[in-house]
Design a protein around this ligand. Structure first.
Ligand code: XCC
Length: 635
């Protein structure tokens, strides 16, 4: 690898930061420096502006003021603020899911001619799991019922069906008994906005409980997102591709898909292949579709589309000067992208009403006109290429080989080559024997407060050496892939002996001529649901609940409210969950204690907040070992 810098461990990103500096283009790291020192009240969660009498802030050191103007204590202010972050994250994931449910409905009704049911088997399996009859019924009939069932989970009902039917029986019981079963996805989000309004809920524990319920609603939304994406676009299977800025091509039309939802990006991938000739006629070698953030993960998992970059380094893709257009759906697109685009001659194309940007071209995407919209977008990129053609670009040479596409179905298919009757048995046997000490799911973003990728890399290195099987989603997957953790050739370098043997045995049984990659890419952020699905399958196979298994999660460089929400559903499901950055709760010892300790008595899960990656690794290993011991396994 090349030269790194204080801002990122990715040499490609560092090269572009240097270029931006020389060009006088401001980046996220510059804006962070200007923001320092950040507000201590905000950082500890002790600032409240929920009413027009505020803002109020509480002295974190016990001095005055001790309560807000309305009398809200530090505990109440922190709990209310955290709840709103959880609700926002849930709104993001579930807005994405609702979009997919509408697409499925329109497809079933014949109103979206550019979409089809790609995975009929998954359609039937999901429908059956959700209690929808499938026998002697057409795909369209089943899909329509499934879409309606998904949409009905947004409204108030007794319990969200995508929770009831996806968790273990015992977990569903625990959630009901503990008043943690969500009653509706939109219902829980609205409930939080209600109870955090001026003069509503002033009981900190009750507030946090509403947050956990809302986080479970978020899990349902994410699960719906994954289910329907697989049904419409295909369930991922292992695919070989590449990642990092080096995937851009100077002589091709570079079109970056950025955001989260595959409803548009999947269509763009297909249409771009059909429009190669148009690009060639414009003097390009073709259309090079690359991914940024999670929509990039969606098309990588299904079509092997290379990942350009992730999260905090999204501006750097444009700094290369080689990106002709960025088409965005929603979420995690920094507004500054529009400014950088103007400097670098990149076209920004917005496609949804929830994410508009000044200076962007807006293509009003609808499912009814998807292919037409995709063509219009690709033509904008081709046209922009004709202006860029021949001008110098700076594409860093860095890129890594990636094997992605590890849906639960793909993992089970691979394991089935070792035991066709009982695919999970080899995994369970290896866990029992200690060849796999435990499993950790890496999730979440990069955060400008941490040298990009530092925590992910340090923790992955140590956990792999300790034979912990690693799964990754979102920008965490992005971090690990660009540092070679998804290249099977690096198993020898990164993995401990036990894990190496397991990955090699599975790879060989599948005729791969080598091992599986050190870290398995399980998808985008909504695909944390795949981690849940695997955990539930393992738990059911062993006849225990999730909180007994040696499974942990880590958002080592968390940034977005969505990551906060994912963390809260992970702890509600019973997982020890690491966060590498302080959440704005430290101003309340009560909330901090509840989330990091007391919660264990109710759900089995708890947060480990630790910014030092070495200590975080030790704490996760201790959590894994504690669970192994409770199952009577060697530690
Ligand atoms: Fe975070 Fe979800 Fe966004 Fe990346 S894209 S910055 S939420 S990790 Ni999903």
């Amino acid at each position: 690898m090349g030269k790194t810098c204080n801002f990122s461990l990715d040499p490609a990103v560092c090269e572009m930061i240097e270029k931006a500096k020389q060009m006088g283009v401001e980046t996220i790291w510059d804006r962070y420096q200007v923001m320092l020192p950040q507000c201590g009240f905000g950082e500890t969660g002790l600032c409240c502006r929920h009413c027009l009498q505020g803002p109020c802030r509480i002295d974190p050191f016990g001095g005055e003021p001790k309560v807000g103007i309305c009398g809200a204590t530090a505990d109440v202010i922190v709990a209310r603020g955290l709840d709103r972050a959880i609700a926002s994250g849930a709104a993001g994931h579930s807005g994405h899911a609702r979009h997919l449910a509408h697409t499925l409905k329109k497809t079933a009704e014949g109103k979206a001619p550019d979409y089809a049911i790609k995975d009929r088997d998954k359609l039937r399996k999901v429908a059956e799991r959700q209690g929808i009859p499938t026998e002697n019924r057409s795909d369209a009939e089943i899909a329509l019922d499934l879409a309606k069932a998904a949409l009905s989970d947004f409204n108030e009902k007794e319990a969200v069906s995508w929770v009831v039917h996806t968790v273990t029986e015992n977990r569903a019981k625990v959630l009901s008994e503990q008043n943690l079963m969500p009653k509706g996805i939109d219902y829980e989000i609205a409930d939080i906005m209600h109870r955090t309004h001026y003069g509503a809920d002033a009981e900190p524990m009750n507030l946090i409980w509403a947050g956990l319920r809302c986080a479970m609603a978020d899990m349902a939304g994410s699960y719906i997102g994954t289910d329907i994406s697989d049904i419409l676009f295909g369930t991922p299977q292992p695919v070989v591709t590449e990642a990092n800025l080096g995937v851009l091509k100077a002589d091709a039309v570079n079109l970056a898909v950025h955001g989260h939802n595959p409803v548009l990006s999947d269509v763009i991938v297909h249409v771009a292949r059909e429009m190669e000739e148009e690009a060639k006629a414009a003097g390009a070698t073709g259309v090079n579709v690359v991914g940024i953030c999670c929509t990039g993960n969606e098309v990588m998992m299904r079509h092997g589309i290379p990942a350009c970059t992730y999260s905090v380094s999204q501006e750097m893709a444009l700094i290369t000067g080689a990106v002709d257009a960025v088409v965005i759906d929603y979420q995690c697109i920094v507004p500054a992208l529009a400014t950088v685009a103007e400097c670098m001659g990149t076209k920004i194309i917005t496609t949804t009403d929830v994410t508009r940007m000044p200076g962007a071209i807006h293509v009003n995407f609808t499912e009814e006109t998807a292919v037409e919209n995709a063509k219009e977008i690709i033509r904008i990129a081709i046209e922009n290429f004709t202006h860029r053609k021949g001008k110098p670009v700076d594409i860093p040479k860095h890129k890594s080989k990636v094997v992605a596409g590890f849906s639960v179905e793909a993992i089970k298919n691979a394991l089935a080559k070792l035991n066709a009757e009982d695919p999970l048995k080899p995994l369970i046997d290896h866990i029992a024997a200690g060849n796999i000490r435990g499993v950790c799911l890496f999730v979440g973003c990069n955060n400008v407060k941490i040298t990009q990728d530092q925590n992910f890399i340090a923790m992955a290195r140590q956990l792999l050496k300790e034979n912990v099987l690693l799964l990754a989603t979102g920008c965490g997957a992005g971090a690990l892939m660009r540092h070679g953790f998804m290249d099977p050739a690096n198993v020898d370098t990164f993995c401990g002996e036990g894990l190496k043997a397991v990955l090699t045995a599975i790879g060989e049984a599948n005729g791969l001529g080598g091992p599986l990659p050190p870290v398995l890419h399980v998808g985008s952020c909504v695909d944390c649901s795949r981690g849940v699905a695997l955990a539930v399958e393992l738990a059911n196979r062993l006849g225990v609940d999730i909180d007994r298994l040696p499974l942990v999660a880590s958002a080592a460089e968390a940034m977005a409210e969505k990551a906060v929400t994912i963390g809260h559903y992970a702890v509600t499901l019973g997982l020890p969950t690491h966060v590498g950055i302080n959440m704005p709760v430290t101003g309340s010892p009560f909330v901090t204690q509840l989330l990091t300790n007391k919660l264990q008595d109710y759900t089995g899960g708890y947060f480990i907040v630790e910014s030092d990656p070495d200590s975080a690794t030790k704490k996760l290993l201790a959590a894994i070992d504690e669970r192994r011991a409770s199952l009577g396994l060697s530690v």
